[in-house]
Design a binder for this molecule. Structure first.
Ligand code: BG6
Length: 520
């Protein structure tokens, strides 16, 4: 964040980035084509990649460098900004490919030789990052192969070139499998070498939660049970599961969004001040929050968690989840979750955190709403003025708007005393239109060896410790099937009941704009 200067321009991102060879394992797959390669190309165009930065793809498909480059160009054209004849050739020079089967020891030997050759040719200083763009079920085996082939350095980064691994969620599918995966990774990599991606952490407004809290004197004194009534964290999506039905069937909303993105947001809102802004000190405090989550086991899970699954839109314009490709006709996989979560510690005792996320909702938006307590007494002589005083709310909008606004009461101009709610708003996009995308940010931070935006093993395990009993409560439990909600609605009515029980209401999704409606 300190890389943003006071005029709001993002400083050159490449300046501090060391040379490196990025090895993409699974280079012929969807993640590489849709996300990774377009991001790398955008970084190249923006001058964010160091000069000595080469990319070596590995996958089973037989291709040479030229064919790989052509495939990656068409991937960038389809999923990112269109390539240009002026800029593509310099980027293509960075791209290389080595076919190989991950199970084949000899392929790894060939790979090691190719890595050494590219290191030498491009002066990467032996620095390397391995991006596992494969099925998560292959992570452990690939890590073992990297170790066995001698591609991972055991010395600390300060003592020589670095070797790092980047992986995407899911990091396991429950507590036990997350622990197993961590153990396998730790057999080869030190924790400092492992970069677990949670792209929500790299959204600027998410990072800004900490700056807002800890770089301002006005908020933190109020940031506790004395002054905050409750917190709402929503990540609503307008889209459905699209082409990811098969993945989603295995995952469902609790694993896909709550265990990672929503709990990370909760941790940033609820954590104590870190000793300093280094990765481990910040992550220590986040893990404290995960430890303090009141478990939702058995009946408590039925009481405080509402699951839903989208049905067809009321006007029939959108099919229900059960008709999506790759989805079982009788699937009970939830696509929506609303939870009431309690953080059992001194600061937050009695302050509910309501979490809500789902697909095919009325709008696509993510935000944190911090609602302060009501005024203790109204001095304005009764209604109508007093009745119109709403509690103050601080709203941190993550997307599609990237903004912070504070709602407060003001006097309506004119005779008599009428009160209404006004907003003070700060819009990030207006001030910083060229900020790098979350994915660019993550790749650069990994290149720099900065782990603040990545999940640490204990945090991952603690968040699974909270989610696993909920999954168990709902697994194959007759009567605990998700509630159907029409595509395009605000979710199942039961989610409204969950929050209404405490005399609260969800912030209307109608307040968010659709992504496509973003003002320029
Ligand atoms: C991903 C989930 O992690 O986050 C997707 O797997 C979801 O299902 C996506 O759509 C949401 O991310 P964003 O940045 O669009 O809110």
């Amino acid at each position: 964040m300190s890389r943003i200067n006071i005029k709001g321009n993002v400083m050159s991102e490449a300046t501090a980035a060391p040379p490196c060879l990025l090895v993409i394992l699974g280079a012929a797959g969807d993640l590489t084509r849709r996300k990774l390669m377009p991001t790398l190309y955008a970084m190249h165009r923006a001058g964010h990649l160091p000069a000595a930065f080469v990319i070596l793809g590995m996958a089973r498909s037989e291709m040479d460098d030229a064919a790989f480059r052509a495939a990656m160009r068409s991937a960038c054209d389809s999923f990112g900004a269109a390539t240009t004849d002026a800029e593509w050739p310099t980027f293509a020079q960075r791209l290389h490919y080595q076919p190989g089967n991950f199970n084949d020891d000899s392929a790894w030997q060939t790979m090691a030789a190719r890595i050494a050759e590219l290191d030498a040719q491009h002066d990467t200083g032996g620095n390397r990052m391995f991006f596992l763009a494969t099925l998560p079920s292959l992570y452990a085996a690939i890590a073992a192969q990297l170790g066995a082939t001698g591609l991972v350095y055991s010395h600390p980064d300060e003592d020589g070139p670095f070797s790092r691994v980047l992986i995407e969620k899911p990091f396991g599918h429950d507590l036990a499998s997350a622990q197993t995966l961590n153990r396998s990774l730790h057999e080869v990599f030190r924790e400092e070498q492992i970069f677990r991606i949670d792209h929500y952490l790299a959204k600027e407004t998410v990072q800004n939660i900490l700056v807002l809290r800890f770089a301002n004197a006005v908020f933190e004194p109020l940031w506790n049970r004395q002054h905050i009534d409750h917190v709402q964290i929503s990540a609503a999506e307008h889209i459905g599961v699209g082409s990811r039905g098969a993945y989603y069937e295995e995952s469902g909303v609790l694993r896909d969004m709550v265990q990672n993105h929503l709990l990370q947001l909760l941790a940033l809102v609820a954590m104590e001040p870190p000793l300093n802004f280094t990765a481990n000190r910040v992550r220590d405090r986040k893990v404290d929050v995960f430890r303090a989550l009141r478990p939702l086991i058995g009946e408590d899970a039925y009481r405080d968690v509402v699951l839903g699954q989208y049905a067809a839109a009321a006007d029939g314009s959108v099919p229900g989840y059960l008709l999506e490709t790759g989805v079982a006709a009788d699937s009970v996989t939830p696509t929506f979750a609303a939870l009431k979560v309690q953080v059992d510690n001194w600061r937050w005792q009695g302050v509910p955190f309501y979490l809500r996320t789902g697909k095919r909702l009325a709008k696509g938006c993510a935000e944190v709403v911090v609602q302060f307590r009501s005024i203790p007494f109204c001095v304005f002589g009764g209604d109508p003025a007093c009745a119109r005083i709403a509690p103050n709310r601080l709203v941190l909008s993550i997307q599609p708007d990237e903004s912070v606004h504070l709602e407060f009461a003001t006097k309506t101009p004119g005779h008599g005393l009428a009160v209404e709610t006004a907003r003070m708003q700060f819009d990030f996009h207006d001030r910083y239109p060229d900020a790098p995308s979350p994915y660019q940010r993550l790749l650069l931070e990994a290149l720099r060896g900065e782990q603040l935006l990545f999940a640490r093993s204990d945090g991952v395990e603690m968040s699974w410790r909270f989610i696993t009993p909920i999954l168990e409560a709902y697994a194959d439990h007759p009567g605990a099937e998700p509630y159907a909600y029409p595509a395009g609605s605000e979710g199942p009515v039961a989610a409204d009941t969950l929050i209404a029980r405490d005399m609260h209401a969800w912030q209307a999704l109608g307040g968010c704009r659709l992504k496509t409606e973003r003002k320029k």
